[in-house]
Structures are given as structure tokens and as C-alpha cells.
Design a protein around this ligand. Sequence first.
Ligand SMILES: NC(=O)c1ccc[n+]([C@@H]2O[C@H](COP(=O)([O-])OP(=O)(O)OC[C@H]3O[C@@H](n4cnc5c(N)ncnc54)[C@H](OP(=O)(O)O)[C@@H]3O)[C@@H](O)[C@H]2O)c1
Length: 309
Amino acid sequence: MDTTILGRTGLKVSVAGLGCGGHSRLGQAYGNSFDDSVAVVKVAIDLGINWIDTAAAYGTEKIVGAAVKGVRDKVHISTKTAILPWGEPKAKPYTGADVLEQLEKNLGRLGTDYIDLYNLHGIVEAQLDYVNAELVPALIKAREQGKIRYLGITEHFGSDTSHKMLTAAVPTGIWDVVMVGFNLLNPSARHNVLRLTREHRVGVQDMFAVRRALSNPDGLKEALEAIEKAGQLDRSKLDAEPLAFLGDVVDAAYRFCRHEPGIDIVLTGTGKAAHLKENAASITRGPLPPKVLARLEELFGDVDSVSGN
Ligand SMILES: NC(=O)c1ccc[n+]([C@@H]2O[C@H](COP(=O)([O-])OP(=O)(O)OC[C@H]3O[C@@H](n4cnc5c(N)ncnc54)[C@H](OP(=O)(O)O)[C@@H]3O)[C@@H](O)[C@H]2O)c1
């Protein structure tokens, strides 16, 4: 497994990270048992993946905790708390004390006494002032206590497809690592977030490399329709099989992200060991050929309207 240095954290991390959320949640979304999912995490570790991303909201922290028992010092754990009760958008946001209470729960479920990267989950631009004033001081306190090593923030890519939140958050200097949505259908982060993260030496985790649009024909159809509706796609340029020029679409999707300057870790989310092995191989393969990249740029280079969810 190839490794890289994660921005100013200095951590040596695998370029592939295991995503324990998304539509699969390590297969918990479609019937994997607890032990099946633990086995997937262990396969990741055997493949040399030392970066595992989970969250309170995914219900997979206990699985990660069980899988890393005995090898905790060999892996880096990224986990998250939302800033208000999950699925209750009208609820009162957490206070700093509430976030510290959530952190204790994360630690308990993971069975660890420290978290490498603690992220605020799915933040939108309108929440940033509150986050900075009320929650960041609490996170800094937790860092001083050694409960978290680095501070992270993740965007809500589904509703923030042009990265307004991260574009505002990165220059504050608060965040050591950010999680951004970037894929071959919407590479817009290269024009804002990735330029800023490199300038500020902020580490980057990439999410949505494949998601539904690039692993499911209906997902692709919906995404292309949405891009066209946003006036960002000239249908006449598409072939009957729009992505046939990529060959293996999933392989191409991960390689596209892996070789984007500024992206450190490409997350791959799956509940299947076989998929994980294929994806780890894709993420360590070379870049896509220049002709393929040029065609992608022609079709989707200006898209910032979909996530590919
Ligand atoms: N705002 C946030 O903080 C946020 C939001 C979303 C995601 N995330 C993080 O980002 C991670 C990555 O996102 P994601 O889980 O959506 O990952 P992804 O790698 O972009 O896509 C995963 C999807 O593709 C399928 N897939 C994976 N490998 C495949 C293969 N070789 N062939 C065919 N289908 C394949 C998976 O299904 P199978 O299970 O069938 O393989 C799953 O449905 C998440 O797990 C989570 O940790 C964070």
C-alpha cells in the first residue's frame, strides 16, 4: 500500500482509507453481521490500510473498535460527531459541553482512549460562525487533554456541491484535516478547496469517489440528468454508453481521485472483502491515461452541481 504524509499532521497514512459509512456502512446497510463487518476492517488492515473513517451516525464505531483491538497503535482512526442530534435538522445545536459528552461516547464505542482525527460531521456554511465560537474551544480542550490528536471538519456534499463551507473553513487555520467530496463527475474542489488546503498544509480525505453514480447505472442516469438540468452538460457530446471510454468505471473512479494533486486519502466504502481488495488495487494503480483525462475534462470539468450520491 502506498503512503503519504497527511498535511501538517505529519502522520504517515495509506493513500486508501476505509470508509465505514456511506450506503454500505461496512455492509451493515444490507445484512452483514457484526462479525462480517469486523472481518472487512481486518482485511483492510491486512492490505496495509492504516486509515479508518467512521462516525457516531454510521453505527460502525463498535465494529471498528473490535477490529482494531490489539493493533490500535498501527491504525489511525477518524471519527465524527454531528453538531445536532442526527436526523433532526430543527433541533437545537450542541453546546461545547454536549460535544465533549459526544466525544466520550465515541471513545467508549471505539474502545480507545484517544482519537486520531475528530471531525465535526456534515457542516454547512451557515453553521460555521457557531462552530468556531462555541465548539472549537471545546475541541481544543479535548486536544489538550490528549483525547483527540487533530481537528477535522467534513462538508455536507449532497447540499454543498460547490464547497462553500470548506472554502470558508480552510483559511481559518483551525482544521488540520478536511473531508471533501470529489469525483470524476464533480471535480470542482480542485478550483477552491484543494488549492486552499495545499496553501495551508491541511490534510485531505476524499469522499464520494464512487458512491451510487459510479457504481450503479440508475445512479449514473440520475446524476447525468441533474448535471444537464443545471446546464453543465452538453448531451450531444455523450456516447450512447456515456462512460464506456473509462473501461472499468469503479477502477477509473478511484484512480481519478487518487492522482488529483492535493488529495491525500481516498476513502473507499464497502461491506465486501472482494470489493475492498479490488478498490485498494485501483487506488494504488497509476493515473488514468491523458486521453481519458482529457475526455473527462471535456465532459465534466466545469461541473459543480451534483454529488453523485
Ligand atoms: N459528510 C461526511 O462526513 C461523509 C459523507 C459521506 C461519506 N463519508 C465517508 O466517506 C466514505 C466513502 O464514501 P462511500 O462509502 O460512499 O464510498 P465510495 O467508495 O464512494 O462508494 C461506495 C459504494 O460503491 C460500492 N462499491 C464499492 N466498491 C465497489 C466495487 N469494486 N464494485 C462495485 N461497487 C462497489 C459500495 O457497495 P458495496 O458495499 O456493495 O461494495 C458502495 O455502495 C464513507 O464510508 C464515509 O466514511 C463522509
